[in-house]
Structure formats: structure tokens, C-alpha cells
Design a protein around this ligand. Structure first.
Ligand code: NAP
Length: 312
């Protein structure tokens, strides 16, 4: 089968389409999925670049990609919840026990796989898992965001951010988001009540007394965000553990989220999508052969929403 693999860590030039690699075999508790579509997440390029090699070493070559949507081809030992041909989606990044989704077939843990939303195409379903569950878990579980509360979402045009805006509105919150000038219209159309252009405005001078901040950007944005929160507010970061001294100083709680793309979360995400509450925005679709261009687009142009790799 064909797969986008790396044999060394580095820039996009290390990605190769290998054509004659063996189909992976599902181990106990896994499924083999015929992949129709997959999507790029920041972790895929961070992994390719070698940022995670010390923390999570894996033998190379390795197939890139985690998010997938496709059809069940085979169930491994101990898996009885799927039938061949079921339309599923999930996460199968190598770091999570999968075989990598930028391939014609992927093995995924059954615990990271579920039926895809009925109303989504394969491209849309393949764009959803990590970004959708990340937004959902932050807003619903960590923040328990309530109607009438005020939330600041950093990076509202990104994969996670554009879903977080929609879900915050569904939960009844007042949403302010930071984006670059070119993305302001996009996030207004997703429902943001106020948009701050981070290229020309300082959010920390404009906003105060917020109930929640959701940070998908990191760096200096993180520390500056504490001042925006009211006492008792909550800060959730997608980029590691926030500074607890600052959290204490401002009287807020601060969490570094590790997203759990398990079946329960994927099922709930599918319900949110099928009930029309959230819709993933697929910015651009690339065929597997153009995976290098897809990574360049993700890393240099920065999509609105998600970049998808179409495999079938
Ligand atoms: N901990 C976990 O379990 C977990 C899970 C998933 C993702 N993550 C991490 O979460 C982060 C976000 O993921 P994602 O998939 O949403 O990435 P993404 O699609 O690249 O979105 C990030 C967005 O932030 C924008 N941005 C950059 N600088 C900004 C600033 N100063 N203010 C406001 N917006 C800014 C980017 O666009 P422009 O630069 O063009 O403005 C982009 O639209 C990544 O670092 C990823 O590794 C962590």
C-alpha cells in the first residue's frame, strides 16, 4: 500500500510517498481501517520535525498522521463492536499506538475509533477528531462553560479555535477571539461576538473580567492572558502546563490540557456535529501524493480550520 512516511526527522523534504509497504495488521484491540481521508494537526509536523523524538522515541521509518475517516476492513482479536464496511473516524497517530493515518490502510485502537458523524463527508470526518475533541473537552469538561459567561479564545481561526467558537456560542457564552486581520471575517461568520486583530491590537489592554480563556497559541500570549480573567476564572492551554504562580497571583485556575480522543469523546463529538451544533471548516484538500504541499500549506499559510489529505 501507499503511505506518507519519514525515514529521518526534518523539514517537509523528509516526507516520502512509499508505494510498496505492507498493510498493517491489527493487533489485539485494534481495527484495520481503509482510509478515505485524514487531516494534519500541529502534532504531525512537530513529530516530523523531531520535536518529540526524545520524549517519545519510535523506530523509523514511520507513517505520519493521526486523524482518519474511512471504512472498517478488519477487526483484531477482542474487537466485536464493528462490522466490515462501517464508516468510522478516529485517531491513529503512531505515538498513540496507531500505525499512522496518511496511508491507504491504518490500524487504530478500537478505543480511539467510532462511527463517524452521519452528516459528515469522509473529508469532514477526517478533519474532526483531534481538533473537535480538544475544543469540546476544554469548554465542556475543564471550563464547564455556562450561558452568559465570557470566553476569550486565542487562535480562533485555527483547527481547534474555529470549533471552540461555534461550541461556545452553542453553550450560550459571549465569545471574543484573537486572529490576524485576514481571518476577522471568517471568525465573525462562525459567531464570534468580538474579534481582536492580534497584529494591531493588544487584547490584554482591551479585555477584563472574563470567566474563561482558551489558549491554542501559547508563548507570550499565555502569560498575558491571566490579567483578562476575573477572580475564580479558568485558563485552559493546549500548549503545556501554564504558570501556576501567575494563576495563584490572579486567583484563577490554570490547566494544561492533554486531549483524550477516546470513543466516548468521539461519540459525543459526532452527536454535536449531527445535531448541527458544530461544523468543521475544511480549508483545503490535498491528494496523498501532494502531502508535502499540504504540510507547507499548514505550516506556512496557516489554514482557516483544517487541511485534509484525501486518500480515496
Ligand atoms: N495538548 C494537546 O493534547 C493538544 C492537542 C491538540 C493540539 N495541541 C496544540 O494546540 C495548538 C493549536 O492546535 P491547532 O490544531 O488549533 O493549530 P492551528 O490550526 O495551527 O491553529 C493555531 C492558530 O493560531 C493562530 N495564531 C498564531 N499566533 C497567534 C496569536 N498571537 N494570536 C492569535 N492567533 C494566533 C494561527 O494562525 P496565524 O498564525 O496565521 O494567525 C492559527 O490559526 C498546537 O500548538 C497544537 O500542537 C495540543
Amino acid at each position: 500500500m501507499k503511505a506518507a512516511q519519514i525515514n529521518a526527522y526534518g523539514g517537509i523534504e523528509v516526507i516520502q510517498i512509499n508505494k510498496n509497504i505492507p498493510k498493517p495488521s491489527p493487533k489485539q484491540g485494534q481495527v484495520l481501517v481503509e482510509v478515505f481521508a485524514a487531516s494534519i494537526n500541529a502534532i504531525d509536523w512537530k513529530f516530523r520535525a523531531g520535536y518529540l523524538q526524545k520524549m517519545a522515541p519510535v523506530p523509523l521509518p514511520v507513517t505520519l498522521g493521526g486523524d482518519f475517516a474511512g471504512k472498517i476492513s478488519e477487526g483484531g482479536e477482542g474487537v466485536s463492536e464493528f462490522n466490515v464496511g462501517d464508516e468510522v473516524y478516529g485517531q491513529a497517530i503512531i505515538l498513540n499506538g496507531g500505525s499512522g493515518s496518511f496511508a491507504e490502510y491504518v490500524t487504530a485502537n478500537a478505543t480511539n475509533t467510532t462511527l463517524k458523524p452521519n452528516t459528515s463527508s469522509f473529508e469532514e470526518a477526517g478533519a474532526l477528531p483531534l481538533a473537535g475533541v480538544s475544543a469540546m473537552q476544554a469548554l465542556e469538561e475543564h471550563m464547564k462553560l455556562q450561558s452568559g459567561q465570557k470566553i476569550l479564545i486565542h487562535g480562533g481561526a485555527g483547527g481547534i479555535g474555529h470549533i471552540a467558537i461555534q461550541l461556545s456560542k452553542v453553550l450560550g457564552a459571549y465569545v471574543v477571539t484573537t486572529v490576524k486581520t485576514e481571518d476577522m471575517e471568517f471568525v465573525k461568520n462562525l459567531g464570534a461576538d468580538e474579534v481582536i486583530d492580534y497584529k494591531t491590537q493588544k487584547f490584554e489592554d482591551i479585555l477584563k473580567d472574563f470567566d474563561a480563556v482558551f489558549d491554542t497559541v501559547g508563548g507570550e500570549t499565555t502569560d498575558k492572558s491571566f490579567a483578562v480573567l476575573k477572580k475564580g476564572g479558568i485558563f485552559v492551554s493546549m500548549l503545556g502546563q501554564p504558570n501556576q504562580d501567575l494563576a495563584q497571583k490572579y486567583g484563577v485556575s490554570a490547566i494544561g490540557q492533554g486531549t483524550q480522543t477516546d470513543t466516548a469523546h468521539l461519540n459525543h463529538l459526532a452527536e454535536l456535529v449531527d445535531s448541527g451544533k458544530i461544523k468543521v471548516h475544511v480549508d483545503k484538500v490535498f491528494p496523498l501524493e501532494k502531502v508535502q504541499e499540504a504540510f507547507t500549506y499548514q505550516e506556512e499559510v496557516h489554514p482557516r480550520g483544517k487541511v485534509v489529505i484525501k486518500i480515496r
